[in-house]
Design a protein around this ligand. Structure first.
Ligand SMILES: Cc1ncc(COP(=O)(O)O)c(C=O)c1O
Length: 438
């Protein structure tokens, strides 16, 4: 199957639907460019006018196994007529139980107890409530650039873009620390920025702002997603683990975007052998159905019956899809394929960087890869307008890409991506950068 056909967007049908969308749907949702999706399969999306796109978004890291994977569709089609809603809130049923068993078998040993919800934000809400319930402490610590969702607790943790917080306060008591971004290093040196951040927390935040004895949890993304696909130095998570252990603070790792083999391992925190007290997973967990899990250990997850639950949490169809996803993700060689494709993509991007000064930084792990666009390589000022132009032009040329951070383009394709898809995507991008003089 060819990954791309000619595209002439936006077509008349898309325009008509977008007008109706603008008239009735909440304006809070972003429409990055005028794409109206009709169907999708594997690496491709088709719009309502029959245009076919090569997809480098995976629905924001949801369709890790490709759009509409036949084995996941089959699992849902089999499960739905038997039991669509298992009422897992009040009664036990075997499918969610099976998913929980299969999930914990693939996680570090201590992570053995699963709370079910339906979205990334809800997994964070559960983590915050659990951390407070367990520690009886009120405060949380999170990071600038972090994105954890839009509900009140998750939004309180989030400090990515001010529009996501403006006029929504007051928030939960969350203190934000800088994130160690090697391209804009806290303290000035990429080699030591993680140590600098952790000593800032120790020496400034814990001495001037909040006692560590009042902090229930530190919440962190192993690689920042919405914040700009920022990969911290390898020392960062282990240092946070140490800091948490020192003060009996829980370490919550938000793997909602970076998890499910996006970086080549089931959990991105595995790269640095960091074992969280609580881990949050959602997005790619059920192949496009809403499912979230907050996983912890027996010592922490001790909340009593009735203290937290959700009507749809553990939905049977989502869990059936989830079982199929777990099986497919753990097929031999899958993680290696993701790492290999990530390396190949970044190698191609580095070649592009030689020709196009707008590409300031190339970074990532596995297929969580980003390029930071800059006005000039010395000053590293964000090239925001240029990014808008590039994203729109890529769409018009048949390649779907998404932004992240201030001026980053993220490459977040389905993990089934092959070299030929990378080659096509890169050649489209090359043509655009060349044509625009970037
Ligand atoms: C790291 C991270 N956490 C949480 C969320 C929130 O997930 P949801 O939109 O499903 O609530 C996101 C969404 O992008 C995310 O990237």
């Amino acid at each position: 199957m060819e990954p791309l056909v000619t595209v002439r967007p936006p077509g008349p049908r898309a325009q008509e639907i977008l007008q109706r969308d603008a008239a009735v749907v909440s304006q809070s949702m972003v429409r990055e460019y005028p794409l109206v999706i009709q169907r999708a399969r594997g690496m491709n999306i088709w719009d309502v006018d029959g245009n076919r796109y090569l997809d480098f978004t995976a629905g924001i890291a949801v369709m890790n196994l490709g759009w509409n994977h036949p084995r996941i569709v089959e699992a849902v089609v089999e499960q739905f007529p038997l039991l669509s809603h298992g009422a897992f809130l009040d009664f036990c049923s075997e499918i969610p139980l099976r998913f929980a068993e299969e999930l914990v078998a693939r996680l570090p040993e201590n992570l053995c107890r699963v709370y079910y919800s339906n979205s990334g934000a809800e997994t964070l809400e559960a983590a915050l409530k659990l951390a407070r319930q367990h520690t009886k402490r009120p405060y949380f610590l999170a990071f600038y650039g972090g994105f954890h969702g839009r509900t009140y607790g998750a939004m309180s943790l989030t400090a990515a873009k001010v529009i996501q917080r403006k006029y929504f306060g007051p928030f939960l008591p969350v203190i934000h620390a800088p994130f160690p971004d090697p391209y804009h290093p806290f303290g000035g040196d990429p080699a030591t920025c993680a140590e600098e951040v952790v000593s800032y927390i120790r020496e400034e935040i814990f001495r001037r702002e909040v006692s560590p004895q009042e902090v229930a949890a530190i919440v962190v993304e192993p690689i920042q997603g919405e914040g700009g696909y920022i990969v911290p130095p390898d020392s960062f998570l282990p240092l946070l683990r140490e800091l948490c252990d020192e003060h009996e603070i829980l370490l919550v790792v938000d793997e909602v975007q970076a998890g499910c083999f996006r970086t080549g391992r089931f959990l991105a925190s595995e790269h640095t052998h960091t074992i969280p007290d609580i881990v949050c997973l959602s997005k790619a967990l059920a192949g496009g159905l809403p499912l979230g899990v907050t996983v912890s250990c027996d010592e922490v997850m001790t909340w009593p019956p009735g203290s937290h639950a959700s009507t749809f949490g553990g939905n049977s169809a989502a869990c059936a899809a989830g079982c199929a996803v777990l099986k497919l993700l753990h097929e031999p060689g899958f993680g290696d394929h993701v790492e290999e494709m990530g390396e190949y993509l970044r190698k191609k991007l580095r070649t592009l960087q030689k020709e196009h000064p707008i590409i300031g930084d190339i970074r990532g792990k596995g297929l969580m890869t980003g390029i930071e666009l800059v006005k000039d390589r010395e000053g590293r000022k964000p090239a925001q307008e240029e990014r808008k132009i590039i994203l729109a032009s890529a769409f018009e040329a048949g390649l779907t890409l998404l932004p992240a951070g201030e001026s980053v383009i993220r490459f977040c394709p389905p993990l089934i991506l092959e070299r030929r898809h990378v080659d096509i995507g890169i050649s489209i991008l090359d043509r655009i950068l060349e044509g625009k003089g970037f």
